[in-house]
Design a protein around this ligand. Structure first.
Ligand code: PGA
Length: 244
């Protein structure tokens, strides 16, 4: 997972399809992705698990949206890190707030997933973020500190962090530039104290053609995690053209 200097400065853009796109739609999508020529960006496409083994990524990287918590368990319906690696998955999202909320994933489970991914040389993309209730009670830092310290306990291999305020996901609303700058600075301090001083920090939550100009002004960001705006390939390409 070593990176050259040029690669280190490249912005990372992660496209999270969630449960979108049917078998025929993904073929159309693939055509756009195969033709993409964006040498300034590292683009990670995370389609539904269904398509991972056949997805033609061109110059992009392949990512999964999840991974099983353990290799050596019979767990019906799950996909292990070893299986993901065998089809070329290089990145995996873990700890997405939708899974934390709807499937009750805990920080301890997320930490186990990170360990599994590292064991198979897959780069974890750890999602963290505060809920609206936490934000309104001024508990953002406390929430982030808990997620970082518990998910990353004793983990020193490289990771990527995606800061995704839960209230900004799929809502069209984002924090202000100043709010993101301030929170990302705090996240970097928390990562340093948790033995992850070199972790890249992405922003996610309503990244689209309306919000990208403001986000691009934030020098502290290493890239973006994009949900809704990554599902239509034309829209994604337009968005990528706006990212330096
Ligand atoms: P969004 O989703 O871009 O649609 O807000 C981001 C995410 O859920 O990762």
């Amino acid at each position: 997972m070593g990176q050259s200097k040029g690669e280190r400065q490249m912005k990372i853009v992660v496209a999270n399809h969630k449960m979108n796109l049917t078998a025929s739609e993904i073929l159309t999508y693939e055509k756009y992705i195969e033709e993409l020529d964006k040498p300034n960006l590292k683009i990670v496409i995370c389609p539904s698990m269904l398509y991972l083994s056949s997805f033609k990524i061109g110059s992009c990287k392949l990512g999964s949206q999840n991974v099983a918590v353990q290799e050596k368990t019979n767990l019906t319906g799950e996909v292990s890190a070893r299986q993901l690696k065998s089809v070329g998955v290089a990145y995996s999202i873990v700890g997405h707030s939708e899974r934390r909320t709807a499937l009750l994933e805990t920080n301890e489970m997320i930490r186990s997933k990170i360990i599994e991914l590292h064991a198979h040389n897959i780069m974890p993309i750890l999602c963290i973020g505060e809920t609206l209730i936490e934000k309104n009670k001024e508990l953002t830092i406390k929430a982030l500190e808990k997620q970082i310290s518990e998910c990353l306990r004793d983990i020193t291999k490289p990771i990527i962090v995606a800061y995704e305020p839960v209230w900004a996901i799929g809502t069209g609303v984002t924090p202000s530039k100043e709010e993101i700058e301030q929170t990302v600075s705090i996240i970097r301090i928390l990562l340093e104290t948790n033995r992850q001083p070199n972790a890249k920090v992405l922003y996610g939550g309503s990244v689209n053609y309306k919000t990208i100009s403001m986000l691009e002004e934030i020098k502290k960001l290493d890239g973006y995690l994009i949900g809704g705006a990554s599902i239509n390939p034309k829209e994604l390409v337009e968005l990528l053209n706006m990212i330096k």
